[in-house]
Write a protein that binds this ligand. Structure first.
Ligand code: GLN
Length: 251
């Protein structure tokens, strides 16, 4: 298989930032890439100096509790910031969930008042709130993503309340749940080649259309276009998606 059809997922801090089934996103990306006829690879990116991340097509940065976030945020600034900036500027994609999403923003102030400076790749800020947002979330995705179905489903569990700056567009509008902050009905963010979201669940197994959006976008820089990917039968995945929609409507 040619280098052109390789698809490399870079998993940031798999030991610390991996909560509420976030690993399911990695499994989904690798499996779908294989089914699409690509050659998937996984690079686990731990704490410490990082050598070559140029080959990574899609970075995944999962969630963690405040303790885990405080253990990695120095490392993120020192050893990963430059590589992530570079990668996203050259067309690699980043998907960040919850704690990872918060640390890609300007800062996160924990419930204890500790300010964890993020790396500012996303124009968002987060402050811990008094109430934890826990439960199913249904989102009407941003029309710019052209997703079919239009909805995204997931499960949130966070106290952080995130507010978007001018450069950050919402990933979608909350139909059920709290989303970014429980007030403005926005959920997540899309900013250039980065998606941030509060949706665990895991997110991608129940949202195969979002997984493929990320895979396709990541492969543009390799000269692979959507037509080169083998079409997949998503009946089982979309049935799981529909089940969450029904459960949310009953609430
Ligand atoms: N510690 C963060 C919060 O509670 C993130 C939690 C998470 O990643 N689930 O807001």
């Amino acid at each position: 298989m040619s280098a052109r059809s390789r698809f490399t997922v870079g998993w940031l801090y798999p030991d610390l930032m991996n909560i509420y089934g976030d690993r399911g996103n990695i499994l989904t990306l690798l499996k779908r890439a294989e089914w699409h006829g690509l050659e998937p690879r996984l690079t686990q990116i731990e704490r410490g100096p990082t050598t070559d991340l140029d080959g990574v097509d899609l970075f995944f940065f999962g969630g963690g509790q405040d303790r885990e976030q405080s253990l990695i945020y120095d490392d993120l600034k020192e050893h990963k910031q430059h590589a992530l900036e570079n990668a996203s500027q050259t067309g690699a994609q980043i998907l960040a969930v919850c704690g990872g999403y918060q640390l890609l923003g300007h800062y996160y102030v924990t419930a204890d008042g500790e300010k964890l400076n993020g790396i500012g790749l996303l124009d968002v800020t987060t402050q811990a709130g008094k109430r934890r947002a826990i439960g199913d979330v249904v989102v009407e995705s941003n029309a710019d993503l052209k997703l079919t179905p239009r909805t995204l489903v997931g499960f949130e569990n966070h106290s952080g309340r995130t507010f978007l700056g001018a450069k950050a567009k919402p990933l979608g509008k909350v139909l059920t749940g709290s989303g970014n902050n429980g007030d403005d009905r926005t959920e997540g963010v899309v900013q250039e080649n980065i998606i941030g979201t509060y949706l665990h669940g895991s997110l991608l197994p129940k949202n195969p259309h979002l997984a493929d959006y990320l895979i396709r976008k990541a492969l543009i820089r390799r000269g692979v276009d959507a037509g080169d990917l083998r079409p997949l039968d998503d009946e089982a995945e979309l049935a799981a998606h529909a089940q969450i929609l029904r459960r949310a409507q009953r609430r």
